[in-house]
Ligand binder design. Structure first.
Ligand code: CP3
Length: 341
């Protein structure tokens, strides 16, 4: 199906656009009352994510209700460990928990490389249903966690400020670490390729915990695995978003990816210099959306002027927070459209 609005894909490929495309990380869910109604009906986050009809419905909501230039499939990065044989739970108000963790070579030998159709078929079905529902209105973004970020959850078993259990393995048992990272990478490549076959028009890799690593550890334990993914996904543009990895921008810029995501700690002009030949995505501090409508517009104008309207995809510097007002979110989206035209 031909896309009616392909701004995101043209910007990702570095082609000329009439205005800058805009979407938001974590736009599917959280802030919309319409999302909360569907989630209530589903009973739980996992129930919602594993019911393709409902996952597709909440994926479409921000396109209809917020006017974004892309949909992102409603799912989670933690479906990959689940597909490898390590189930997770989502504790209300607290976040993800893995009842069993992976801490030895014997533990990881019990896991499989995920088979996308068998182990993650519900996500692929949600992608197919979403593509039908979108009817070419905007592109659909698929995603996965970066191997290092998934490694953090699989070894630690839950969220953490420091992920010291995960980092302990990098120093104390690099052999185990590399074996687990490779198994996650193999699963992720198969999964992303299947997302593309199901209909994803672009895929984003979220390295949400990149910022807890030293530059040297990042080069050893994260970048090589992201590189394998970028080299393997040749069918659609790939976005790499490594939160907190300001120190690795130059290396990330040399990967086989089309787009590099920036968080709000990363200076825009400096990032353009470090990553001269890729499209950049980002990077408004999400907390700007707690300010007044006038302030939001002023901050967006400043951001668009600094990035320029080309080779740029407007976004926040991380996901939108659950307590943000939909009207403020719409103001952000409208302001990008107005100032970049
Ligand atoms: O972008 C989107 O809207 C698509 C859906 C999406 C979710 N999670 C749904 C979700 C995406 C892209 C993710 C990615 C994700 N999940 C990341 C990487 C992005 C980032 O924010 O850094 C991470 C680290 C996770 C792991 C995760 N899932 C955590 C830490 C939590 C709990 C805290 C939180 O952020 O809500 C989740 C739960 C989760 N994933 C929810 C949603 C809508 C909330 C669960 C609920 O409704 O109860």
């Amino acid at each position: 199906m031909e896309l009616k609005n392909d701004l995101l894909l043209r910007a990702a490929r570095g082609e000329k656009v009439e205005r800058t495309p805009v979407w938001m990380m974590r736009q599917a869910g959280r802030i919309l009352p319409e999302y909360r109604a569907v989630r209530e009906k589903a009973g739980s986050f996992i129930q919602l994510a594993t019911t393709p009809e409902l996952a597709a419905e909440v994926t479409l909501q921000p396109v209809d209700l917020l006017g974004v230039d892309a949909a992102i499939i409603f799912s989670d990065i933690l479906v990959v460990p689940e597909g490898m044989g390590l189930p997770y739970e989502m504790a209300e108000q607290k976040g993800p928990i893995f009842p069993a963790t992976v801490n030895t070579i014997a533990d990881l030998e019990k896991l499989r490389v995920a088979d996308p159709e068998n182990d993650l078929g519900y996500v692929l079905e949600a992608i197919r249903l979403t593509k039908t529902g979108l009817a070419g209105r905007v592109p659909l973004i698929g995603f996965a966690g970066a191997p290092f970020t998934i490694f953090c959850y699989m070894t630690e078993g839950k969220g953490s400020k420091t992920f010291s259990v995960a980092k302990k393995h990098l120093y104390a048992d690099p052999e185990f670490s590399h074996l687990l990272l490779q198994k996650i990478t193999d699963s992720t490549i198969a999964y992303l390729k299947a997302q593309v076959v199901a209909g994803a028009d672009l895929v984003q890799i979220f390295d949400s915990w990149a910022g807890i690593l030293s530059p040297e550890q990042y080069k050893t334990f994260s970048l090589p695995y992201i590189k394998q993914i970028c080299d393997a996904i040749t069918e659609v543009p790939v976005t790499v978003f490594a939160k907190g990895a300001f120190f690795a921008r130059e290396e990330i810029g040399k990967l086989n990816c089309a787009v590099v995501g920036l968080d709000w700690n990363m200076d825009i002009t400096e990032s353009r210099q470090l990553i001269p030949d890729k499209t950049l995505q980002g990077n408004l501090d999400p907390c700007v959306l707690y300010s007044s409508f006038d302030q939001i517009r002023a901050e967006v104008k400043k951001m668009v002027n600094q990035f320029g309207t080309q080779r740029y995809i407007a976004n926040l510097g991380h996901g939108v927070y659950p307590d943000m007002q939909p009207d403020k979110v719409r103001c952000f989206i409208e302001a990008v459209k107005e100032y970049s035209a």
